[in-house]
Design a protein around this ligand. Structure first.
Ligand code: BTN
Length: 338
């Protein structure tokens, strides 16, 4: 199927006015004057939207009301819900992709602008951190990659991963889950992974060309959608709250929140992000086993520093600074016993 790239169509505008109206009816007259269309043309667009699975109620004296949106992630569902200035204004939707990060990287390399987003219903080669795969079954979850062109030196680009983890955790909490960040950027519910972030960078020594911020969130997956070996360690928002998640609503809330945090980061620096990250993290104050490419050691996760590195106090009292790796929580130390 051909990809769909967004531009604000009249159907999207109608949906956005109806979404703004919430439970209230919006009159046909108001729609036609806002859009500069005849009442018949408005009616035809409403019929076309119904054909695409939108439930729109119509009452003669009152107008139109949006009752239900289809569980899809194209611009038609997402654009009316966005309150962003850049993020998601261009959406590259594909029914299936190898990896959204890969396509986003190619598009950015070919000149795609800040805020463009690649989104798909399914990935056949979803990428996780440290060469792992990201399980991406169709029609259930959220997989997207945002192209960012921040005014940052390359050494500060990793901060963006923490910005995304903060936004993601806040939106999961607002959706009814007790989510926490596990360093560096896993988001967990009940100690199981619900979301991950993979940031990829194109830069020269002094300048970032672009960052691809890839986010995968398990929204409606059930245990049987995960391979056997992940069932004990993965979860989804629907499993945690016992209720199906409206994916477009979740995605739009996340993009809205993400852009707010990205703006704050750009305006005021990393400190506000670091503070919020610490409040949302389950790693700090824990005894952990740290695994990096080169070594493994134990210690107490004490803090993150001004660049997001984990500070771990080891048994000999020294503090190790961990820039990249995995941490595993160890059982709490038993004290006061022989
Ligand atoms: C992790 O290992 O925790 C990171 C997982 C990142 C997965 C997302 S899904 C959308 C984007 N495209 C990819 O191939 N990976 C990221």
């Amino acid at each position: 199927m051909a990809p769909e790239t967004s531009e604000q169509t009249q159907e999207e505008l109608i949906l956005s006015f109806l979404a703004d109206g919430g439970e209230d009816f919006t009159s046909g007259e108001a729609l036609s004057s806002k859009l500069g269309l005849s009442r018949t043309a408005v009616w035809k667009h409403v019929e076309a939207l119904r054909g695409k699975g939108y439930r729109i109620e119509a009452l003669p004296a009152r107008g139109y009301r949006l009752v239900e949106v289809p569980d899809r992630l194209t611009a038609l569902e997402l654009s009316p819900l966005l309150a962003t200035h850049d993020l998601g204004h261009t959406i590259h939707f594909h029914e299936t992709l190898g990896s959204t990060n890969e396509l986003a990287f190619r598009l950015a390399h070919d000149g795609a602008e800040h805020g463009e987003v690649v989104i798909t219903e399914q990935q056949t080669a979803g990428k996780g951190r440290r060469g792992r795969a990201w399980v991406s079954p169709p029609g259930l979850n959220l997989y997207f990659s945002a192209i960012l062109r921040p005014e940052l030196p390359p050494q500060r680009a990793p901060e963006l991963t923490l910005v995304a983890a903060v936004a993601l955790t806040e939106v999961l909490r607002e959706a009814g889950a007790e989510a926490f960040i596990k360093w560096p950027n896993d988001v967990q519910i009940d100690g199981r992974k619900v979301a991950g972030i993979l940031t990829e960078l194109s830069a020269e020594p002094e300048r970032v060309h672009f960052v691809v911020l890839g986010v995968g969130v398990n929204l409606n997956a059930q245990p049987e959608h995960f391979p056997e070996e992940l069932r004990a360690t993965a979860t989804s928002l629907a499993q945690a709250r016992g209720q199906k998640v409206p994916r477009a609503l979740f995605a739009a809330s996340l993009w809205n929140r993400l852009e707010e945090w990205l703006d704050l980061h750009l305006e005021t620096g990393f400190d506000a992000i670091r503070q919020r990250w610490k409040e949302l993290s389950s790693t700090l104050g824990q005894d952990v086993l740290v695994r990096t490419d080169r070594r493994e050691f134990r210690g107490l996760a004490e803090d993150i520093d001004a660049s997001g590195a984990l500070l771990v106090r080891t048994e000999d009292g020294s503090v190790e600074r961990v820039l990249a790796g995995d941490v595993e929580r160890l059982r709490p130390r038993v004290t006061g016993q022989p």
